[in-house]
Design a protein around this ligand. Structure first.
Ligand code: VG1
Ligand code: CO
Length: 542
């Protein structure tokens, strides 16, 4: 098997977004497209002679992509690749395997919560040796390289068998096909009180976990059903499918209505949860209650002592800027720092590495801890089960008591999807131009304390990330945030994040959209959403 050099020409659009390079499958299927990006990784990262982890969420094109990447890895001098059996590894499992075996990095094939199938999306993401998503300076270096690339190196070799757990060589490179679940399951057993959860699940507690035909099926079956004794059938849609069964593997109220229904009415379950395409997101539901991801982070942090690694307390918390300030209120009471980072898990990496935070989260159904460097859907589910096992109270009771102690941050995100990109840009540009005039002004009886475009200086390495979203902060603690998505593949998606604080327990059980109605109206008044987008309503409300 010889290394061959293939001449190529650069693509102009290989700039990674919030979480890797995401494009429609048809874009990735173009000749040389994937190869160019992967060669750009090898040309800029020190992987020659090292070990690389490779796996994906099982979506359409996953297997083909892995074969291509293995040939490039072998031709670029990678010494060893650890590949998930069947090409499967969830995003948090990749992070776990990189850390456990101290590899030089990993490649994750996934477009996460974006739909899959031949007409759906595909994605690729590089994680560095700390197990986390490459920071901006790395993704930028890869992008710059992709703009000038004129050849890539590959091997003239047959496809390898991804389905049998075994070791073999591809050229001079060693390949190990690994069980995708076992290392991750072992890590989970260290993080939680499995004995207490087993007892909870052995009683009359009833739950369901919806894997949405995405990657978490095998993980949830092994951990929840086999190890923790949940009844067979607890895991729904547990077989990963290339098109996720035609569904949208995004665990939220809009995309998992059947699961939500199971937690309502006479025969409601005590607990239900779901995860996304690549297993890093989570949705938490209790009987007649949906726990917002922002509240989930705050509740877990406030109850950290029930988790074995955090019996003595936690050093700090971090949340992405648009995530509600519920966590800040917990941090204040615990007298620990709460960091506010830009959107995207990569910004938590340095804080986690430095031991400055234990828990972190995003409003977009992402929650996690320092056990890996990715958000982790099943971790969040197990954390809630651990909490419920320790407290023996219904989810709603725990959340309501939390609000009484810390206040309730009513919170919602409104997404306008597939908006004309130029119209979305002009909405943001005109907002940006008016920031000075908005700061300190009064609008419909509410005073704006500060209007700015969020800029973040990493407290560990000093790197600055500017223009991370427009914040309108009101004097009473309410906020409206506007930003454009960095994960979409068609047009632009405008995200509007709305939040208001209620400290009076008598007013903490109201409907979220009604409570936020005033802010929703103000958002349109301030940003002229309808005028710019031509839309009367958001497409998705979470
Ligand atoms: C979205 C979320 C963000 C999350 C990112 C990746 O990004 O808002 O919080 O980190 O998806 O999640 P954006 O740029 O579209 O708002 V995943 O589960 O898709 O990797
Ligand atoms: Co995801």
């Amino acid at each position: 098997m010889d290394v061959i050099k293939i001449p190529t020409t650069p693509f102009q659009d290989q700039k990674p977004g919030t979480s890797g390079l995401r494009k429609q499958v048809t874009v990735f299927q173009q000749a040389h497209y994937l190869e160019n990006f992967v060669q750009s990784i090898f040309d800029t990262q020190a992987l020659s002679g090292g070990t690389l982890v490779i796996g994906g969420d099982g979506r359409f094109y996953n297997r083909q992509a892995i074969q291509i990447i293995l040939r490039l890895a072998a031709a670029n001098g990678v010494a060893k690749c650890l590949v998930g059996q069947g090409g499967i590894l969830s995003t948090p499992a990749v992070s776990c395997v990189i850390r456990k075996y101290r590899t030089q990095g990993g490649i994750i094939l996934s477009a996460s919560h974006n739909p899959g199938g031949p007409q759906g999306d595909f994605g690729i993401k590089f994680n560095t040796d700390n197990g986390g998503p490459a920071p901006e300076k790395v993704t930028e270096a890869i992008f710059q390289r992709s703009l000038v690339l004129d050849e890539y190196r590959t091997m003239d070799a047959e496809d390898v068998d991804l389905d049998t757990i075994e070791c073999f060589n591809l050229g001079a490179m060693h390949v190990e096909i690994i069980d995708p679940v076992s290392d991750y399951a072992e890590l989970m057993a260290e993080q939680f009180d499995f004995g207490a959860i087993r007892e909870l699940l052995g009683g009359d507690f009833r739950m369901a976990f919806d894997a949405m035909h995405a990657v978490t099926g095998p993980y949830a079956k092994r951990i929840l059903e086999e190890q923790l004794g949940a009844p067979a059938g607890t895991v729904l849609n547990g077989v990963p499918l290339e098109d996720f069964g035609g569904g949208h593997p995004d665990p939220n109220l809009a995309h998992a209505p059947e699961l939500v229904a199971m937690t309502q009415g006479e025969d409601a379950l005590d607990f239900a949860a779901a995860s996304d395409g690549d297993g890093d997101r989570n949705m938490i539901l209790g009987r007649n209650i949906f726990v917002t991801p922002s509240d989930s982070l705050a509740v877990l942090a406030a109850n950290a002592e029930v988790f074995p690694p955090w019996r003595e307390g936690i050093p700090g918390i971090a949340r992405s800027m648009p995530t509600s300030q519920a966590a800040d209120r917990v941090a204040e009471k615990l007298d620990i720092p709460c960091f506010e980072t830009p959107t995207g898990w990569k910004f938590f990496g340095n804080l986690l590495d430095a031991g400055r935070i234990a828990f972190c989260g995003e409003e977009s159904f992402g929650t996690g801890s320092s056990h890996v460097r990715e958000k982790d859907g099943l971790w969040a589910v197990l954390a809630w089960l651990n909490l419920l096992a320790a407290r023996r109270r219904p989810v709603a009771d725990i959340v309501h008591a939390h609000w009484e102690t810390f206040g309730r941050n009513y919170y919602s995100r409104h997404d306008y999807e597939g908006v004309d990109a130029t119209a979305a840009e002009s909405l943001v540009t005109s907002l940006r131009e008016r920031l000075g005039e908005l700061s300190g002004s009064e609008i419909s009886g509410r005073r704006i304390r500060l209007a700015d475009d969020f800029s973040y200086t990493d407290p560990i390495d000093g790197s600055v990330s500017a223009r991370q979203g427009i914040r309108i902060l009101f004097e009473d603690g309410a906020r409206i945030v506007f930003r454009l998505s960095g994960t979409g593949t068609v047009g632009a998606t405008l995200r509007v994040y709305l939040e208001s604080l209620e400290t009076d327990p008598a007013r903490q059980r109201e409907d979220t959209q009604e409570t936020l109605a005033d802010l929703i109206r103000l958002a349109d008044e301030i940003a002229a959403i309808r005028e710019h987008t031509g839309r009367e309503q958001p497409d998705v409300i979470t």
